[in-house]
Design a protein. Sequence first.
Length: 324
Amino acid sequence: MNSFGEKFRVQIYGESHGLGVGIIIDGIPPGIPIHVEDFEHDLTRRRSGHMGTTTRVESDVPEFMSGVFKHFSTGAPMNIFFKNSDVRSQDYEDTKLLPRPGHADFVAHRKFLGYNDYRGGGHFSGRLTAAIVGAGIVAKKLLHPIKIEANLSEIGGHKNFEDILALTIQKNDSIGGLVNCQVLGIPIGWGEPFFNSIESMISHLVFSIPAVKGIEFGSGFGAAKMFGSEHNDEIISMDGTTRTNYSGGINGGISNGNTISFNVSIKPTSSISKPQSTIDLKTGNINSLEIKGRHDVCIALRAPVVIEAMTAIALADLKLGYEI
């Protein structure tokens, strides 16, 4: 499904090379201030145009098709639309019958019987994250004063981003990265056992981001190498503050009052300027494909704000459920 949420419900739509992308948000209380200027900071963080990102640059000016009147939310479903203008669909003619390795081309062709829009990945494109960031900005307004901060911590296991990016560009390749996200100021008690634990809610949405391959909270997979005496977070005050935070701010699927901290693994961009083998969907033969078009060397560079947005959407859905 292209929708998520019970109280803060989002439905995403659009394709990479279609008229545009957008998101419909239902459940927003009336009276929330909504200005185009509110969207500039986060959308700029997602926008390309710097080292290691695609040369496709969209203006990403949000158009409020419904749900906003005189700069306030009306309580009706809010439809936020982003027009596509910088497209070069001719770069994707080869991929109509030659699915790109690592992309969703092959499975989309099979699942949708060849009717899918293959240009730029269509509905599976990272272009749709503009709409996600738009919804995240609205969700953050509902969560104030809770803060969500995500930052790129590694590229290909390296801390020196410029050097590894330059090397990757020189090799006509791509590279992955690691993003850390923290939620500060969240109250104790958010999350519902069993299936709406706060980890489950956040993970559900984070894994919906194109290119995400893993998520770990607190010590994550490192906990498998620890003793309980090391991993247990000792409680040192009545407000739940702990001496350490190996649990990542969550116990039993419920926020414990400490900072929620998690890492997200972003795979290398699948589109690379190297010849690769793939199947010809018409003949069944193995062919060589050299991908054209404009692509990110490291999609992780633009991922932090998208992860923030998905986290905000998950938490907004929980928060509105508690306010009834």
